[in-house]
Ligand binder design. Sequence first.
Ligand code: FES
Length: 172
Amino acid sequence: MKCNRLVDVGRRQFLRGGVLGVAGAAAATVLPSGARAETPRAMLDYPAAKLGNLADLKVDVPVDIGYPDADSPGILLKLGTPVEGGAGPEGDIVAYSVLCPHKGYPLAWNAADRTLNCPGHYSRFDAEKGGQQVWGHATQNLPQFALRIDEAGDIFAEGVDELIYGRLSNVL
Ligand code: FES
């Protein structure tokens, strides 16, 4: 009897999830033309954290950051050309976690080919393609931070599109 009740509760939860998913998909398809669909972020409430200002960035000179908290190191980059997920007037500013999704080694920026490289087992991630893995052992792309830039040029991180290495939830 108890078991049947649990199955029933589970079924209702599943159906509710399905309804929400369909509603989300429907909402995503009615965006005005030219608008970009937001990547769902696992319904977490991310903090908005100031990372810097447009005036402080130079092309190919990375800035060390921490997001969503100080224990999650990342990198803020101005690439000089518009890229996927790029923010700012030129669409060329991106930010990523620098913890390798494989086993958490700290990644190093390589300006020559616009990749973040792992010294542990040599995975590589393309900073111009939303952190897409281009080689190696990792089984997910590099977490990219969603950026917003205000009228004063201040750059804020407001979300993450993949799970940061070593975390069960990006927001602790
Ligand atoms: Fe980066 Fe293994 S820790 S590839």
